[in-house]
Design a protein. Structure first.
Length: 263
C-alpha cells in the first residue's frame, strides 16, 4: 500500500507524484494545507520530523526527502527505469537532483514567496497573525528568510540572489540539452523529473520568456509537458487560486524581476 502526504503546489511533492505516475503507481492521498501549517501538526511530525512535504508511506514505513523518495520509487518499482544504465550518466543525473537540496529549491521558494505567495500569508491577517504563521517554521534559517521575503517581497535581500540562481539553472539546462535530448543524456530520468516542477514554477510566475529564450530548454519543456505523467503528477493537482495568484502577481512584478536580473 502506498500513501502520500503531499501538497498540490509543492515542487517537492510534484516530482514525487510524477515519479509515481511514470511507474503507474496509484496512492492514497493525504493532502496537507501548508498555509494552515498542517505539516507542523504533532501527528505529521511523527512521520516526518522535518515538518515538510512530501512523505511517502509504503507498507506502513515512512520515507522522507523527495530526492530519496524518488530513488526509492525507482528501486521498488524498476519498470520503466528512471535512472540511466550508464554509470557516468547516472552520476550526471545525481548532480542534477543533488543541487536541488543545495540551494536551488530554496531559491525557487524565495522567488515564489517574494513575487506571489507573500500575499497569501498576509491576506486577512493582522500583523500579529502573520508573525504567528511565520514563527511556525521549524527551521530557524527558513523562518528568517521567509519572514523577510513575506514582509518585503521583491525588495527582500534574498530575492536577487535567488533569481540569479534560478537563471543559472536555466542556463545550465540549456547547455546540457544542447548535447542530448535529456538532462542526463539520451534517457529521460529522475533528473528531468526533479527539475520539471522548478521550470514550471518559472513559467507560472510569468517568466516564461526566460524559457522561450533558450531553444533547447523550450523544446525540453514542451516534451515534458506532453508526457502523461506530467499531467497526472502536476496538472491534475493544481490549486486554481494559486495559479491565478502567480499569474496576476507575476505579471505585476515582471519589470522589477527583470531589473533585478539585469542589475
Amino acid at each position: 500500500m502506498i500513501e502520500l502526504y503531499h501538497n498540490g503546489m509543492s515542487t517537492c511533492s510534484q516530482k514525487v507524484r510524477i515519479a509515481l505516475a511514470e511507474k503507474g503507481q496509484a496512492f492514497e492521498s493525504h493532502h496537507l494545507n501548508l498555509r494552515t501549517r498542517d505539516q507542523g501538526k504533532p501527528e505529521y511530525l511523527k512521520l516526518n520530523p522535518n515538518g515538510v512535504v512530501p512523505t511517502l508511506v509504503h507498507d506502513g514505513v515512512p520515507i522522507i526527502e523527495s530526492s530519496v523518495i524518488c530513488e526509492y520509487i525507482d528501486e521498488v518499482w524498476p519498470t520503466p527505469p528512471l535512472r540511466p544504465a550508464d554509470p557516468y550518466d547516472r552520476a550526471r543525473m545525481r548532480l542534477w537532483t543533488k543541487q536541488l537540496d543545495e540551494g536551488l529549491h530554496a531559491a525557487s521558494a524565495t522567488i515564489s514567496a517574494c513575487i506571489a505567495f507573500r500575499y497569501q500569508f498576509m491576506e486577512g491577517k493582522t500583523e500579529a497573525e502573520v508573525k504567528k504563521v511565520l514563527d511556525g517554521f521549524i527551521d530557524p534559517v527558513k523562518r528568517r528568510v521567509m519572514s523577510e521575503n513575506v514582509l518585503q517581497g521583491v525588495e527582500s535581500s534574498f530575492f536577487r540572489p535567488a533569481m540569479l540562481r534560478v537563471k543559472k539553472m536555466l542556463d545550465d539546462m540549456e547547455a546540457a540539452l544542447a548535447a542530448g535530448p535529456w538532462l542526463a543524456g539520451k534517457d529521460y530520468s529522475l533528473a528531468d523529473i526533479a527539475v520539471a516542477p522548478y521550470v514550471t514554477r518559472v513559467d507560472h510566475l510569468q517568466l516564461g520568456s526566460m524559457i522561450a529564450a533558450r531553444r533547447h530548454l523550450a523544446d525540453w519543456y514542451a516534451r515534458i509537458q506532453a508526457r502523461p505523467a506530467y499531467r497526472t503528477g502536476m496538472v491534475d493537482w493544481y490549486i486554481a487560486d494559486f495559479i491565478t495568484l502567480m499569474k496576476e502577481k507575476g505579471a505585476a512584478a515582471r519589470a522589477k524581476v527583470e531589473a533585478a536580473i539585469a542589475a
